[in-house]
Design a protein around this ligand. Structure first.
Ligand code: G6P
Ligand code: MG
Length: 222
């Protein structure tokens, strides 16, 4: 039997395992409406993979608004309160990406080590709500890192926790910043979703059912 190139698979969370996009959108929109700011789906798309305060800055810049650090913390806190409420009251397994549960089960059955590396400070709360914690031997969230994607820090920390080398890892990412981060970490990377919205990966998938898992583990590609 030939040895697999890939011994660990690393997932981003938002837009890769679960469509939290709509909850991020709705909670930014609630803040924007309350503040009288302009905010729409196109602007929301630019926030993919971007940490909370940096996302707020995109919205403030778009509206030509200057705010102090304490005001920014307050606005970001308001958005997060809306978001946390939606996670508790609305998020459920129907929000997950098509085929991802079977994909996780199949990887687990093959003893592949799994990590979750998400810029979101709510990553653990999302995993808990979806009852997915048991799948991941390592979780690195926005709380654990200093440098956000496209810096490779979050993925290198994930590989380190799993005790594997970067070249043994395959990353699934939907955001351009994440694809750049994974490449900078020296990892194989698969884009999730539309290549036009997040360029830079060698290969893209739009659902997990189409993946030949054994071939993927052998070659590091899909
Ligand atoms: C992910 C999402 C972004 C979000 C960021 C921070 O990267 O793609 O849209 O802004 O996490 O999320 P948080 O839950 O910490 O506000
Ligand atoms: Mg994402």
């Amino acid at each position: 039997m030939t040895k697999n190139l890939i011994t660990a698979v690393i997932f981003d969370l938002d837009g890769v395992i679960v469509f939290t996009d709509k909850y991020h959108y709705k909670s930014w929109k609630m803040l924007a409406d309350r503040m009288g700011w302009d905010f729409d789906e196109t602007l929301n798309h630019r926030l993919r993979g971007i940490p909370r305060l940096a996302s707020l800055q995109v919205i403030l810049d778009h509206n030509g608004i200057e705010a102090s650090d304490s005001e920014k913390a307050e606005y970001a806190g308001m958005k997060n309160d809306f978001y946390r409420k939606m996670l508790q009251e609305e998020l459920n397994r129907a929000d997950m990406y098509s085929g991802v549960m079977d994909f996780l089960d199949a990887l687990r059955a093959r003893n592949i080590r799994l990590a979750l590396c998400s810029s979101s400070k709510n990553a653990r709360a999302v995993l808990r709500k979806l009852r997915l914690e048991k799948y991941f031997q390592a979780v690195v969230s926005g709380n654990d890192i200093e440098h956000a994607k496209p810096d490779p820090q979050i993925f290198l920390a994930g590989a380190c926790k799993l005790e594997v080398e970067p070249e043994q890892c395959l990353v699934f990412e939907d955001a351009q910043a994440g694809i750049e981060a994974a490449s900078a970490a020296g990892m194989n990377v698969v884009g999730v979703g539309d290549p036009r919205s997040a360029p830079g990966a060698d290969k893209y998938i739009t659902d997990y059912e189409c993946i030949d898992i054994d071939d993927m583990l052998r070659t590091g590609n899909v």
